[in-house]
Design a protein around this ligand. Structure first.
Ligand code: KG4
Ligand code: ZN
Length: 327
């Protein structure tokens, strides 16, 4: 089955064709990110306008790269939420129109579920259950226990900032570019040790929740008190990165132990972080699944993959952009 996946929840206009949930036939991502670097964050109005410009050329490109015609796709899948409402609307209305024109099924996909299914793209391995799924992106930091396709038991999540949001805010504090995750990773340069011991809020709490806003404040206070000089920014960035990584890994490992699970799935934009990947590999004796960095950030292929394994078409009238809490 060939599914067209459409992802427009934020600044990416991403369309892809995926065969049988794992084989990527095309994967087109265009982004309005350069327009947001000046402001250090996404301006929803601008992101939505850019979506309307990019959606049809990206659709054309995705079909061309996959070497198929629109009526050869078996279904149209689209992210319905969570995300920016104006951006989501562009993808959702495009998907409904395509489904109507071709009489092909329309499959709405939750953005976080999409991220999770990116882990099984480009592999021939069957999805493994049970697993612990850590979704870490700009808007979410969530831990799920998955017992099968579509079965998500939420164990915990952030009580304030998402991990990616903390990366973005700290990068801004340190005068680095947006998005903050790649910028911090770059200056931290992997070789740098943890120079400043920053707090790991909720590290030892009995639950699986996170809190990153205090860590961000600790970086701000440290920078203000010590009047951090330019040459000290890499050490501070590396220390911050280490604190986030330690917290994420510790909580995910605790969840795996409590549920006697041998597989951890790592997904969302922050999963692109090399230090996080290394730390998981060093500290977990079981299996870590993580997509390539380009499939960890937002893309259409993950949406098509999630739709394949959770094939649940809906009538056009019931599909709207939505805050999209997990089922
Ligand atoms: O999943 P994503 O592309 O979009 C959302 O659904 O939010 O994630 C974007 C987030 C941003 O906060 C960005 O700073 C972070 O992922 N990110 C990273 C890295 N690459 C992207 N964080 C840490 N290290 C990275 N290499
Ligand atoms: Zn995302």
């Amino acid at each position: 089955m060939k599914i067209l996946g459409i992802e427009t929840s934020c600044d990416e206009t991403a369309l892809a064709v995926v065969e049988d949930g794992q084989k990527i036939l095309s994967n087109i991502v265009s982004s309005s990110l350069p327009l947001h670097t000046k402001t250090g964050g996404i301006i929803p109005e601008i992101a939505a306008r850019e979506q309307t410009k990019a959606i049809i050329p990206s659709l054309q490109a995705a079909l061309e790269e996959a070497r198929i015609k629109l009526d050869q796709v078996d279904a149209v899948a689209v992210t319905y939420g969570p995300g920016l409402i104006g951006s989501l609307l562009v993808g959702v209305e495009t998907a409904k129109t395509l489904s109507y024109l071709t009489s092909k099924p329309l499959v709405p996909v939750n953005h976080l579920v999409g991220h999770i299914y990116a882990n099984w793209l480009e592999t021939t391995e069957e999805p493994q259950f049970p697993n612990i799924s850590l979704v870490v992106s700009g808007g979410h930091t969530e831990i799920y226990f998955m017992e099968g396709h579509g079965s998500f038991l939420r164990l915990g999540g952030t009580r304030d900032d998402a991990a990616g949001e903390a990366f973005d805010k700290v990068a801004r504090l340190l005068g680095l570019t947006y998005p903050g995750g790649p910028a911090i990773q770059k200056v931290a340069n992997l070789k740098l040790k943890e120079t400043y011991h920053l707090p790991r809020p909720m590290l030892n709490s009995p639950d699986f929740d996170f809190s990153f806003s205090g860590l961000k404040t600790a970086v701000a206070n440290l920078a203000a008190e010590n009047k951090i000089e330019r040459k000290e920014i890499p050490a501070l960035a590396a220390s911050f990165q280490e604190a986030v990584v330690d917290t994420l890994v510790t909580k995910a490992l605790k969840a795996a132990k409590e549920r006697s699970v041998q597989t951890i799935l790592l997904s969302g934009g922050v999963a692109a972080n090399q230090r996080l990947r290394e730390a998981f590999k060093d500290r977990f004796t079981g299996k870590i699944l993580v997509a390539s960095p380009s499939l960890s950030v937002d893309n259409g292929a993950m949406v098509a993959a999630a739709a394949h394994f959770n094939f649940d078409p809906k009538p056009w009238s019931s599909v709207t952009s939505d805050p999209g809490l997990l089922p």
